[in-house]
Design a protein around this ligand. Structure first.
Ligand SMILES: [Fe+2]
Ligand SMILES: [Fe+2]
Length: 332
């Protein structure tokens, strides 16, 4: 999974630089970024760049681990041993993505504990999509197909994002996302080719997940105050609207190929643009979910807090073990 940078509608864009920043260093930094050099943890960087990255990478990490919850919910109910093994592998991958990304964010000077605390207290955001419930097995297909499909489009350009540790984490993540997307689409294919009831399940899942999937790319460019700066600093390489359009263009033919219908009466191929035109997104719903009013938002954060608390003994044991080893090494 992935996230785009989320903010409430009323939050202001961060200032580009602070007054105290050295213009010579800033110019050298901007020249490196413009030349497609990677910026590494020990390099000088503007404070706003560091802050934007910490926010984006930690939101991305939170999205990976919160994203394990709606699917984890179906592991025990997968319809066959094969489906269960595939889903287990997929959900474990998402846990791994969270770990790479927390580690990448830590290189910017923010601790894991601070990031987790921000998630648990509701200060940090994660992708709005995970605040919707998974009602049937077809939802597992729809999530892999649509949500991981959206993740691929968002993350492929991030392999060339300007911050080295983030870009490198993306390389492996993207390979795994491609497996996730295929497993989801394969579930949808099987259901769409099944009994009338199974086909209805697939259609119903597409009906419920389509619009929230389009919202995943974040607010429209004109309401995305940080986009221009993030594109200039090559934190982002394509805008929310560009990525959303690409998603619609690749996904609509996939729905048609398996005989299910995208729930948008305004959807129409535009010959001149070589793209699909599509209907208006309900941005009020999006911002309500960003504010934490999604259908299962409270349940998601509660599940994360409980997992953190019940795992405390593992962290304590690991720390005690590390301390013992360090003590022994020092004595040798
Ligand atoms: Fe994924
Ligand atoms: Fe992921």
């Amino acid at each position: 999974m992935y996230t785009t940078e989320l903010k409430d509608r009323n939050q202001k864009a961060a200032p580009v630089t602070t007054a105290a920043e050295d213009p010579v260093k800033l110019a050298a930094f901007e020249a490196r970024v413009a030349a497609d050099d990677f910026i590494e943890p020990k390099d000088w960087m503007p404070e706003a760049y560091r802050k934007t990255l910490v926010r984006q990478i930690s939101q991305h990490a939170h999205s990976e681990i919160v994203g394990m919850l709606p699917e984890g919910n179906w592991i025990t109910r997968a319809p066959s041993l094969r489906r269960k093994a595939v889903l287990l592998a997929k959900v474990q991958d998402e846990g791994g993505h969270g770990l790479y990304l927390y580690a990448a964010a830590e290189t910017l000077g923010t601790s894991r504990d601070e990031m987790i605390e921000a998630l648990h207290s509701g200060r940090a955001k994660y992708s709005t999509i995970f605040n919707y419930p998974t009602l049937t097995w077809a939802d597992i297909g729809a999530i892999g197909w649509l949500v991981d499909g959206a993740a691929i489009l968002n993350q492929v350009p991030l392999q060339r994002t300007s911050y080295g540790p983030y870009a490198r984490a993306m390389v492996r993540i993207c390979k795994e996302e491609s497996f996730h997307q295929r497993q989801g689409y394969e579930i949808m294919m099987a259901l769409a080719a099944g009994s009338p009831e199974q086909k209805r399940m697939a259609q119903n899942a597409l009906d419920r997940w389509w619009w929230p999937s389009l919202m995943m790319f974040g607010p429209p460019d004109e309401n995305s105050p940080n986009t221009a700066q993030s594109v200039r600093w090559r934190i982002k390489r394509e805008t929310n609207d560009e990525l959303r359009q690409k998603f619609v263009d690749v996904t609509v033919p996939q729905a048609e190929a398996i005989g299910i219908t995208v729930p948008d009466p305004a959807l129409k191929w535009n010959e001149a643009r070589g793209s699909y035109d599509f209907g208006a997104i309900d941005w009020d719903e999006f911002y309500a979910v960003v504010r934490g009013e999604g259908p299962v938002a409270k349940e998601r954060v509660k599940a994360r807090v409980e997992a953190w608390e019940s795992g405390a003994w593992v962290r304590e044991a690991a720390n005690a073990h590390a301390a013992k080893r360090a003590h022994r090494a020092a004595a040798e």
